[in-house]
Design a protein around this ligand. Structure first.
Ligand code: SF4
Length: 327
C-alpha cells in the first residue's frame, strides 16, 4: 500500500500545491488533500489552535484535523526563504507551524516538516527533494524525475495565473483541462491584494471575488503579475519588509498603481496580523500618493459577517462608478 501523504488545503497550498502533489505522486505516494474550507474547518481550528492565533493559523489547524486520521504523514514544510534576491522570510507563526500543530493537536501522524531555505544555493531545492525521497527509500533517478516534473507543474500553474486565472481556476484547469468560463469584460477592474490564503479561500474571504464580479468588476491579483515585473516594482520600496507575502502584495500594489490599470485597490487582511497591519498602512499611504487611488481594507476574523462586507463592497463599487462618470 502506498504511503498516504496529507496536504492541508491552506496557507502555502495556494502557492505551491502543484509542485508538492506532482513530487509526492511521482515518488509513488498517495496524495490526500483536505477539502475546501467550511464552517467545520473553522470550528475545528478554533477548538485546537492557541487562542491568540490569527484566523489563517486556526484554519490550518482545522485542515490538519480533517486529515489526521486518513493519512500516514502530513506535509507541513517549514518555509524559511523562497526568493534569493530578498532577505525576507515568513512570519513567526508560519515558521513555527509544525511545532504549533504538534503542541495543540492530539493523535497526529508524523508531521513531515521539511525545512525550505532556498538562500542556501541554486541546488538547494533539489537537495531538499533528495533528502525527502531518500528518507522514504526512493532511488535517485526516481527522485530526479519527480523533482523535474514538479518544477514543470509549478511553472505551468504560475503561467496560468499570470494569464489571468485565479488559483482555483488554474488548479481546475490543470486537473481537468478545458477552458475556464470567462464572462465578458466588465466596466471596472479592481486589484484584490493580500496573502494568497486570504485572497483564494472563498470561505474565509466571504467570496469577495465572486461578489465583485457580480457587482460589475474584474478582479486582478498579485499572482497575475510576472516575477520580473514584481522585482522591478520592488525597487520603489526604500527598504523591503521582513515578510515574503507582504512584499509580494506591496510590489503588486505598486505595479497596478503605476500602470493605472485598475480603478481601485482592495486589501484583504487578517485581523490581529502584525505584518499585515504594517502592510495595510503602507498600501493606504501609497495609494493616496499615487493619484488618489481609491483604497479599501477588508479585515477578516472568525466573527466577520457577510452583510457588513457586502455593504462596504457595494459602497466602494458605487464610488468607483461615479468617479468614472465624472472623468
Ligand atoms: S502573516 Fe499574519 S495572517 Fe499570516 S500567518 Fe502570520 S500572523 Fe497569521
Amino acid at each position: 500500500m502506498p504511503v498516504r501523504v496529507g496536504i492541508p488545503r491552506y496557507l502555502a497550498y495556494f502557492s505551491y500545491y502543484p509542485w508538492w502533489k506532482t513530487f509526492f505522486e511521482e515518488l509513488g505516494f498517495e496524495v490526500i488533500t483536505s477539502s475546501p474550507t467550511t464552517k467545520k474547518t473553522l470550528d475545528d481550528g478554533v477548538e485546537e489552535a492557541v487562542n491568540d492565533a490569527c484566523i489563517p493559523i486556526k484554519l490550518y489547524h482545522g485542515h490538519v484535523v480533517e486529515l489526521k486520521d486518513k493519512v500516514d504523514i502530513i506535509f507541513v514544510p517549514r518555509l524559511v526563504k523562497v526568493r534569493k534576491f530578498f532577505t525576507e522570510t515568513f512570519c513567526p507563526k508560519f515558521l513555527a507551524l509544525p511545532d504549533l500543530l504538534r503542541a495543540s493537536i492530539n493523535g497526529l501522524p508524523e508531521i513531515l516538516d521539511t525545512r525550505v531555505d532556498l538562500s542556501q544555493g541554486p541546488l538547494e531545492l533539489f537537495r531538499i527533494s533528495r533528502e525527502v525521497g531518500e528518507r522514504f527509500g526512493v532511488g535517485l533517478s526516481r527522485i530526479s524525475r519527480a523533482y523535474l516534473l514538479a518544477c514543470k507543474a509549478l511553472r505551468r500553474y504560475k503561467k496560468l495565473m499570470q494569464g489571468g486565472m485565479l488559483a482555483d481556476e488554474a488548479l481546475q484547469h490543470m486537473e481537468k483541462g478545458g477552458d475556464i468560463n470567462r464572462d465578458k469584460k466588465r466596466d471596472l477592474t479592481i486589484a484584490v491584494l493580500g496573502y494568497p490564503y486570504l485572497i483564494y479561500d472563498s470561505f474565509i474571504n466571504l467570496d469577495i471575488v465572486k461578489k465583485l464580479r457580480k457587482m460589475g468588476a474584474d478582479v486582478v491579483t498579485a499572482e497575475m503579475v510576472s516575477p520580473r515585473s514584481l522585482l522591478r516594482e520592488a525597487k520603489r520600496l526604500p527598504k523591503q519588509m521582513f515578510w515574503h507575502y507582504s512584499n509580494r502584495a506591496m510590489h503588486a500594489a505598486y505595479y497596478y498603481m503605476n500602470r493605472k490599470r485598475v480603478d481601485g485597490l482592495i486589501h484583504v487582511t487578517a485581523f490581529i496580523c502584525g505584518p499585515d497591519a504594517m502592510l495595510d498602512r503602507l498600501m493606504e499611504i501609497e495609494a493616496r500618493q499615487y493619484g488618489q487611488m481609491p483604497f479599501l481594507t477588508v479585515s477578516i476574523d472568525e466573527e466577520t459577517g457577510s452583510g457588513g462586507v457586502d455593504t462596504r463592497l457595494e459602497a466602494f463599487i458605487d464610488m468607483l462608478k461615479r468617479r468614472r462618470v465624472q472623468r
